[in-house]
Each structure stands twice: as C-alpha cells, then as structure tokens.
Design a protein around this ligand. Structure first.
Ligand SMILES: [Mg+2]
Length: 171
C-alpha cells in the first residue's frame, strides 16, 4: 500500500534530469510540479539555469506541462513568460489534472513522466495514474503552509522506506 508513494526514480534537482536519457526511453512529455520542484515556493519566476534546462528539453522535442496545486495567479505568472502550458489548482493527487495534461499534449501516459518534490501529491498522483514518477529534493527547506503537514507525513513514509531498504538516497 505504501508502495504507492515510492517514486520510480530520484534526483537531487530537476536540472540533473537529462533530456537525452528521457528521449532514449521513449519519453515525449513531462508533467512537472512547480513549487519547490522547479524553483523555491516563494520565488516568482524561473532562474537562468532553469530557463536553460527548459530550452534543452524543448530542443529535444519533449513537451512540458506544469501541473500545480497552487492558485492561478502564482502559476500563470511563473509559466507564461516561459511559454509553458500549465494547470493550476490541480488538486493532486487526484487524477483529473494529470489526464487533462496528457490530453493537451496528445501523449500517452507511457510516453510521459511525472516530476515533483512531494510524495503525497506528485508521486502518489503520478503512480496512481500509471505514470513513471521522478522525485526531486525540494529546492527550499521551507514550504508554504499547505505543505507543512504533508511534509510531516512524508518524512514518516520516507523513513519507513529507508528501514525497508527501498530508498537509498539521503536528504
Ligand atoms: Mg511542490
């Protein structure tokens, strides 16, 4: 049951995810979280390194949709300058926004990865909808109020995985 929270892969940062490797596995699309996945939850826009990463992704013809539980104001202000499609108030882990993103990209779930920093929303939602899931270490140590309780639960789940030897990384 707890395996629903186990990501398929783990990276220190989204910037370490290499487009060539995604391509080689037949991946054509990315559904990514915003807050503490792409940038700190309280940083309004993308860093130069992230802009460069998105350029690389686009060069490899990999589509991206930002799927965030945050509000329209936050998500639109971040995504619009980058010209990246987005879904706000996604209510992850529910399946609806993931499905909507797939439909918009005209891709199959087998061709798409879900990237995020939270087990309870990004990984659980992605796994339940049948995606390959990638967990990244949160960009900031702090969180918005809505995330604080999730982090408490998440730490317990991660500790359980560690005890069982199911995760190898440290954070
Ligand atoms: Mg997040």
């Amino acid at each position: 049951m707890l395996k629903q929270f186990l990501p398929n892969e783990h990276f220190k940062s989204i910037l370490e995810i290499v487009p060539e490797q995604l391509k080689a596995r037949g991946i054509k699309g990315i559904i990514t979280d915003l807050d503490n996945t792409l940038v700190e939850w309280d940083r309004p826009s993308a860093t130069p390194q992230l802009v460069q990463w998105f350029d690389e992704i686009k060069k490899h013809n990999i589509l991206v949709t930002i799927v965030s539980n945050n509000n329209e104001e936050r998500v639109k202000a971040f995504a619009s300058p980058l010209d990246i499609p987005y879904i706000f108030q996604a209510r992850k882990p529910l399946a609806r926004a993931f499905k909507q993103a797939l439909t918009q990209m005209e891709l199959k779930k087998e061709e798409t990865v879900v990237i995020g920093d939270q087990l309870l929303t990004d990984v659980l939602g992605g796994n339940r909808s049948g995606f390959h899931t990638i967990l990244v270490v949160p960009v900031a140590q702090t969180d918005g109020l809505a995330t604080k309780f999730n982090r408490f639960v998440e730490r317990r789940i991660l500790n359980w995985f560690r005890k069982k030897g199911m995760v190898q990384w440290e954070d």
